[in-house]
Ligand binder design. Structure first.
Ligand SMILES: *Cc1c(COP(=O)(O)O)cnc(C)c1O
Length: 422
């Protein structure tokens, strides 16, 4: 399709957008009395309007039933989280038994390290990407130290090449092969938070497993954004948060995937609590731990229902729409945004550079040469919510559920004004 940088053209794309009715299903913050142009669905997704009713249901069950809500609520709390596994498994390309919802992302990564990072003197190294999301870096370093190793020896970062803004798959795989039988674990963010790159998870998983290591993925920026086939790729584990592309509310519950071959495997240890025991006998309060036969065996505490309820609301939307339709719109709206950026770049003769490679999901990261943070401030003041990363990058994620083509056009006009006003 040949794009045009005009309001009429953008509105035409909106009219024929199969997902157009979903824009109305979200609450938009307003700036200057108008709904914002929201580019930060990669950080905190907008609130779906249907979420409130599901949360209110929990609140009124709690008010009316108190403890009895565990068994007699509209959706009983004792197995509430189980409702999420099947729709979520579809989103991440897993079997229902391989998926569970619990805790928060970094906490779950730590818990999964208990199972999948068990270093020996010979095999103790971890491969990750350079400049991984800080929480992941802190998590890895603290785990390595906990096991008595020095992060300087144990953590091997795959670097980008000089002058390049993305990682090359061949460099990741070469590093895996180089570390070889010293490699205990590969743990990478499947979609990089900074440049928006989608890693070749299939081939990296294959290479990591060929050395005898475990391979896990942090999918904070992947879930609800790109096509995932965790089971087919044979990943050992993955974890993600629910508040970015999955629109489940600030700090809300995380999801985990544990490959089916590790379920009920006595060689895989884990930290345990009562919510991981067989639900039929859980309340007999027996001294021995009888694990659930699915990923729920990794559950520790009783589920935080008020955190899980918004995730359930969000998943009903993913069920209705399905990832293929979301991905189709994602590709089109991101391509349109890219087109607009190039148009504006040419019109104002400025220089900015899209550093996101072709393997991408919903996010374009734009490196500004020349304009500084004042441009970002101008955009924010004029109703564009985007984010700024040092030294000079704005990240734009037009989430396909609720962003419109008209948003992209209007953003382009504001960008132009912002650049010319200086
Ligand atoms: C957003 C994000 C996190 C956030 O971790 P929390 O434990 O949910 O605070 C962690 N890792 C990555 C890669 C992220 O993108």
């Amino acid at each position: 399709m040949k794009f045009e940088n005009s309001l009429e053209f953008a509105q035409k794309l909106d009219q024929i957008d199969p997902l157009k009715k979903y824009r109305d299903e979200f609450h938009f913050p307003e700036i200057n009395g108008k709904p914002v142009i929201y580019f930060t669905g990669n950080s905190l997704g907008l609130q779906p309007k249907r979420t409130k009713a599901i949360v209110d249901e929990v609140m009124s069950d709690w008010a009316q039933l108190a403890v009895e809500g565990h068994f007699y609520a509209e959706k009983p709390w004792w197995d509430y989280h189980e409702r999420l596994a099947a729709p979520l498994a579809k989103v991440v390309g897993a079997k229902t038994a391989e998926v569970s919802v619990m805790n928060t992302l970094t906490v779950n990564l730590h818990l999964l390290m208990v199972s999948f990072y068990r270093p020996t003197q010979k095999r103790f190294k971890i491969i990750c990407e350079e400049k991984a999301f800080p929480s992941d870096q802190y998590m890895l370093a603290s785990q390595v130290k906990f096991h008595g190793f020095d992060p300087k020896d144990a953590i091997v970062e795959v670097k980008k090449r000089d002058g390049e803004h993305h990682w090359r798959t061949e460099d990741v795989i070469a590093k895996i092969n180089e570390v070889g039988d010293e490699l205990a674990l590969v743990l990478i963010g499947g979609v990089n938070y900074y440049n928006g790159q989608v890693f070749d998870m299939e081939n990296i998983t294959k290479a990591g497993k060929a050395t005898g290591a475990f391979v896990g993925w942090d999918l904070a920026h992947g879930v609800g954004n790109i096509e995932l086939k965790l089971n087919e790729w044979n990943a050992d584990f993955a974890a993600w948060c629910s508040y970015k592309y999955m629109n489940s509310g600030p700090g809300n519950a995380s999801g985990v995937y544990i490959n089916e071959k590790h379920l009920n495997n006595p060689d895989i240890p884990r930290f345990e609590g009562w919510w991981g025991t067989k639900k039929e006998t859980r309340f007999l309060m027996k001294p021995e731990f009888e694990p659930m036969e699915n990923a729920d065996a990794w559950q520790i505490s009783n589920a935080s229902i008020l955190a899980v309820a918004p995730y359930l609301a969000s998943l009903t939307m993913f069920e209705e729409v399905g990832m293929p339709a979301l991905i189709e719109k994602r590709d089109k709206i991101v391509a349109y945004l890219e087109f607009i950026l190039h148009e504006i770049d040419a019109e104002v003769d400025s220089s900015f550079e899209i550093i996101t490679p072709k393997d991408r999901g919903c996010q374009l990261s734009v490196l500004l040469h020349g304009q500084g943070k004042s441009l970002f401030d101008y955009l924010m003041k004029n109703g564009v919510i985007t984010d700024w990363r040092e030294p000079n990058v704005i990240r734009l994620a037009p989430a396909p559920f609720y962003c419109s083509y008209e948003d992209m056009y209007r953003f382009g006009q504001l960008l132009k004004k912002g650049i010319l006003s200086k």
